[in-house]
Design a protein around this ligand. Structure first.
Ligand code: ADP
Length: 650
């Protein structure tokens, strides 16, 4: 029977029908019902029989008689296995399981092998890197040691060459010596530079200038020193190239390496350097091309030429170290220059460099434009007569006092998103602007025409309207005495040129944060009804002049606290300073406006009267200078979070 035909009912009877009412039946099933079991009638029902073979035995007797097992009748019933549990199916399952286990372990082993291989590779790389770095360090140390004696040889050799007592032959020998020492020095310098670039220790020092001048200068240098009459140098520079930011030394190093290679691999023909303007992905780039009509590079070797120590295996291969192009690649990366090479054997090679015209190199050090790069007609957009607003769009005001327009504009450009920037070109202008606008921070140079930085700082620090303003001194003079002098004059921070805008921004933020903390501290102090700064708490960073000024104001407020006339205008009259100066000064010192400061003092006084001197609410309000009781309640709730009545109940 099928596996699902397993609900079975068996009926049986004795052959003599006349006896059928007097007969008892009992049955047993081998391996299932082991004892003879009586039935109530002549049927047996099996439900949900499992697959298997069953032998059902039935015996009968007349009522009251004994059982006679020998006459029992039997029947064999076979319930087949379902198809998915047949022997074949089970074998298949076992096979699938075994195959799965095998695949799993095989893959796992493969995975382990790959993992181990990778780990091995990684360790090998680390060891190689360490070894490489150690080797490079060793070479660098030696080359570093070589530099001094070489420099000491170059000097006397040059003097010898100038000497009139040198005969022709000696002069020739000295010339050879000088050329070779120069070459050695060049190699030594290149190695030092390579090491710096490899260890990411290269610090860009950029300035904005005329890029075409540098290209022409370098090109002409090679053209004039060209020893090979069969090679012609072609310099093609667009006259209308814009001023861009670049590190002259890095550019010189990149171009010298490329031009050196061009001259090594061009025995006859042309070597060119060109500068043009290109637009790529809507960005304006200055494009420098160094090309030659020399031997060219094989297509298979081309992808590897920027690898360190790589040299093409060809008949044209010249002497070298294989680090030139690796250095070029590193320098280009540092300078954010895109470099591309095209070459064809027998036709020549061309390297293309793309410099983004709008890149300002925020992380680099910025230095003043050198003579050769100085743009002749750059206008400094200093704003001597800006509007009278305290700050623009709520940004803190920064005043830059720097006579170099380039640097001044660069700083202004870098800060303008976060600050309202004022610019001045000398100490005189700077002091005037500082008095008029009371900026939050002043950044200032030392050496300036008309009035130098030290004089300006002195004047700012001795004027009550401006003495609280933190000053960052930014200067090329960076001796310990200069620093000492700056701090003596009351400068808050000192930065030497060339500087990084990132660092400048951090300094500004730190100084503003310091000011905010001092203002918080002053407000906390008046809450506690104590003299500000009298306990010399270190959080109070006020200068002696500011401290005196604040003490004077506090005293004036205390003495006239109950008077209605007490206001910022009245205090300005008493101190004989302009109302706007007082307003800005108070805001800078306390972080709140002068009138708000007076109100805070009045409220604190009212609280003191209620708590210590048992005044009722209206008495305390009037004695603290509030004429309108409803207004007093509103102010009190604003300051202390509760109405005066609720506060007193507590
Ligand atoms: P090297 O010190 O050997 O010049 P580089 O890193 O400067 O090392 O250059 C790597 C290799 O690229 C060179 O050895 C040379 O085979 C190939 N190469 C570089 N520039 C040129 C070029 N202008 N023409 C042909 N081959 C060049």
């Amino acid at each position: 029977m099928n596996y699902d035909q397993n609900d079975i009912r068996l009926a049986f009877a004795v052959s003599n029908k006349a006896q059928s009412q007097q007969v008892d039946y009992s049955y047993k099933v081998d391996n299932m019902v082991e004892d003879w079991t009586m039935t109530d009638d002549n049927t047996i029902t099996f439900r949900s029989l499992s697959p298997g073979k069953y032998t059902i035995r039935v015996r009968a007797r007349l009522h009251g008689q004994n059982w006679d097992t020998s006459t029992a009748t039997s029947m064999t019933l076979v319930i087949a296995q379902p198809w998915w549990w047949t022997v074949g199916a089970r074998c298949l399952y076992i096979c699938i399981l075994l195959v799965s286990v095998y695949i799993y372990f095989h893959r796992y082993k493969h995975h382990l092998l790959i993992k181990n291989a990778l780990e091995l590779e990684r360790r090998k790389n680390v060891v190689e890197q360490e070894f490489y770095q150690a080797r490079l360090q060793f070479f660098t140390n030696i080359t570093h040691e070589l530099r001094t004696p070489l420099t000491l040889i170059v000097g006397p050799l040059e003097e010898l060459l100038q000497s009139k007592h040198l005969c022709k032959e000696d002069s020739f020998h000295v010339n050879v010596m000088q050329k070779n020492v120069q070459r050695l020095l060049e190699l030594v310098n290149r190695l030092m530079e390579f090491r710096k670039a490899e260890t990411n220790n290269l610090q860009l020092v950029v300035s904005r200038g005329d890029f075409k001048n540098v290209i022409t200068e370098i090109g002409n240098g090679f053209k004039n020193a060209n020893p090979n009459p069969d090679v012609r140098y072609i310099i093609d520079v667009e006259v209308t190239s814009p001023y861009i930011y670049f590190d002259k030394n890095v550019i010189r190093s990149i171009l010298s390496n490329l031009l050196n290679n061009a001259s090594k691999y061009t025995q006859e023909g042309n070597i060119g350097i060109s500068l043009s303007q290109v637009v790529k992905d809507s960005h304006q780039y200055s494009c420098v091309k160094i090309w030659d009509t020399g031997c060219g590079i094989d297509a298979d070797a081309l992808p590897h030429i920027f690898d360190r120590y790589y040299q093409v295996n060809s008949v044209y291969q010249a002497q070298g170290t294989g680090i030139g192009l690796a250095l070029v690649k590193n320098l280009c990366k540092e300078h954010k220059i895109q470099i591309h090479v095209d070459s064809e054997v027998g036709r020549g090679t061309s390297f293309t460099l793309l410099l983004d015209n709008n890149e300002t190199y925020q992380e680099a050090l910025h230095q003043e434009t050198s003579e050769g790069q100085m743009p002749a007609s750059l206008e400094c957009s200093h704003q001597d007569d800006k509007g009278d607003e305290l700050s623009y769009k709520g940004h803190p005001t920064v005043l830059i006092v720097e006579d170099n327009c380039e640097i001044n504009n660069y700083m202004a450009h870098s800060l303008k998103n976060d600050y309202y920037v004022l610019q001045a070109l000398n100490g005189e202008q700077g002091f005037r602007l500082a008095k008029k606008m009371i900026p939050e921070i002043i950044i200032c140079d030392i050496m300036m025409p008309v009035m130098d930085g030290f004089t300006m700082v002195q004047r700012i620090k001795s004027d009550i309207g401006t003495c609280h303003i933190p000053i960052i001194m930014l200067t090329a003079k960076n001796t310990a005495e200069d620093q000492q002098k700056c701090y003596e004059y009351g400068v808050s921070s000192f930065m030497s040129k060339p500087f990084s805008v990132h660092m400048l921004k951090t300094r500004i933020l730190n100084l503003l944060e310091g000011q905010r903390k001092t203002a918080d501290f002053i407000l906390q102090k008046i809450k506690a009804e104590k003299e500000v700064g009298d306990d010399g708490n270190e959080q109070n960073k006020l200068s002696a002049l500011d401290q005196k000024f604040l003490d004077k104001i506090n005293q004036l407020i205390k003495d006239h606290i109950s008077s209605e006339k007490l206001s910022l205008t009245w205090i300005a009259e008493q101190l004989k300073i302009s109302q706007s100066t007082l307003y800005r000064k108070m805001k800078a010192l306390t972080g709140v406006s002068g009138n708000e400061y007076i109100r805070k003092m009045r409220l604190n006084h009212s609280l003191l009267l209620m708590q210590e001197y048992d005044r009722n609410i209206s008495e305390a309000a009037y004695e603290s200078g509030f004429v309108d009781l409803a207004y007093f309640r509103t102010c009190f709730k604003e300051e202390f979070g509760e109405l005066p009545s609720e506060y007193l109940k507590k």
